[in-house]
Design a binder for this molecule. Structure first.
Ligand code: HAM
Length: 433
């Protein structure tokens, strides 16, 4: 039987169990690379006349049912539902930003088209976590709303290629491209594909049997090698386009070639979201392992009317995933022009009596834009110097009784090792020199 003391000890133990982060989320304790990506994106997309906007993280489930697609995995399996909402509407954490941007476009009807915007922030999908796949991740979503010209697609893809190659200095990646045709093309192609699959129905995996009935184009995403063997002989959608779409597909490939964008046509690329038509693409890298796509996008021409807008607005967009970019950039970070941390000026008061002087000195340095910190807790000068070294201080400013008396400060340059006593009043001038 447990004694009172044992019960108490057990209760204490229970209360001090470490609280861990939610599965599939990450702590980013050094934001240098993350900020580099975001800052380069802001610069790059602004150069192409895109405006930065922000939309909520909370949206209605209905928004994704009507855009991302009621049959897609994102909507059926991966939604984080918010319990706190007391109203009738089911509120969710956004799994992607495109539907929110279109909703915002419709709600604020004053927008000129083409409306070129980008946003970035956290997205949420309940997926099985692995390298490059998380339950909370960051996307930069870039959209052109209200432009039908196929040259828009060529320019958009070129813009992304330049972002990855020039602004982020990536080289180990490829662009895969496909063309899904117009609504009527896909309708006819679904029938053709169904006829083809009818012959091998028995050999399909369980999930593909369901896909065949509900979302037939998604069969190509199946990882089962037996299914993949069957799909090798499937008809290609690009061989079954109407005349106008076939012409646009040829134009797109020609224009990308003229813009020196290398690409590989992948007839099985259909993308996992329901709204795409015509152009679809992914940027992939084999240095990422199985989650190889670090940016996905395409044209979506009916989303505005699907979400209640008066007129259809042909649109194109894409979203690079920041966590996958981080994995890629980590491999080349030495070659990147990353922002350097500012030189740290660390004040070391020797005794508590010098703390007040240290506070005033720090205020003065900070007001001159110098990065300054103070080691206020007690300790020997030796241990404080060791700490200063670990903190990567560029200058250590020692304030002992002698310095206080003489209105001086001993400045140690941690790179050269030189020390010098300076009048406190001359300190800023000395450091700035
Ligand atoms: P998506 O392909 O679902 O497209 O996602 C775009 C990118 O987000 C992926 O290529 C990947 O880098 C990143 N991503 C997606 N899921 C995860 C995850 N669980 N963990 C880490 N990264 C992830 C879209 O979301 C569309 N809204 C793109 C778009 C914009 N299409 C038109 N406009």
């Amino acid at each position: 039987m447990l004694t009172e003391d044992m019960r108490f000890a057990k209760a204490i133990k229970r209360t001090i169990i470490m609280i861990r982060k939610v599965k599939g989320t990450q702590d980013l304790l050094n934001l240098t690379l993350f900020n580099f990506i975001i800052n380069q994106a802001k610069k790059h997309f602004t150069e192409y006349n895109f405006k930065e906007i922000s939309t909520p993280i909370l949206e209605t489930l209905e928004l994704y049912k009507r855009s991302t697609g009621i049959e897609t995995e994102v909507v059926t399996k991966q939604m984080f539902k918010v319990e706190a909402n007391k109203g009738d509407e089911q509120i969710v954490l956004r799994p992607e930003a495109t539907p929110s941007i279109i909703r915002a476009f419709i709600e604020d009807t004053a927008q000129q088209v083409p409306w070129k915007v980008f946003t970035w922030g956290p997205m949420f999908r309940y997926e099985r976590p692995q390298k490059g796949r998380y339950r909370q991740f960051t996307q930069i979503s870039i959209e052109v709303i209200g432009s039908e010209a196929i040259s828009q697609d060529a320019q958009f893809i070129k813009m992304l290629d330049r972002f990855f190659h020039e602004k982020l200095r990536l080289s180990n990646y490829a662009l895969i491209l496909n063309f899904l045709g117009c609504f009527e093309d896909r309708k006819a192609y679904r029938v053709l594909l169904k006829q083809f699959l009818d012959n091998s129905e028995r050999d399909l995996c369980k999930e593909c049997k369901v896909r065949k009935e509900h979302n037939i184009l998604r069969i190509f995403d199946c990882k089962n090698p037996d299914c993949q063997k069957i799909y090798k002989d499937a008809p290609f959608i690009t061989d079954n386009l109407c005349k106008a779409c076939a012409h646009e597909w040829e134009l797109l490939k020609d224009q990308l070639a003229l813009l020196s964008v290398s690409f590989v046509v992948q007839p099985s690329l259909v993308r996992g979201l329901d709204y795409y038509s015509k152009t679809v693409f992914e940027f992939v890298s084999d240095s990422l392992g199985s989650q190889s796509a670090f940016c996905g996008g395409g044209r979506y021409n009916r989303l505005v009317s699907q979400l209640g807008g008066k007129e259809d607005q042909p649109s194109i967009g894409a979203a690079p995933g920041v966590e996958r970019l981080l994995l890629l950039l980590d491999q080349i970070k030495e070659t990147l022009p990353l922002e350097q941390a500012p030189a740290l000026h660390l004040i070391l008061p020797i005794e508590e009596k010098q703390n007040m002087l240290a506070l005033l000195l720090a205020e003065n340095l900070q007001s001159h834009g110098l990065c300054t910190d103070i080691l206020l807790d007690e300790g020997s000068i030796k241990s404080k110097m060791r700490k200063a070294n670990k903190m990567g201080a560029a200058f250590v400013l020692i304030l002992g009784p002698e310095e206080q008396e003489k209105k001086m400060v001993t400045v140690k340059n941690m790179i050269t090792g030189e020390s010098q006593q300076i009048l406190q009043i001359d300190l800023i001038e000395y450091i700035k020199k």
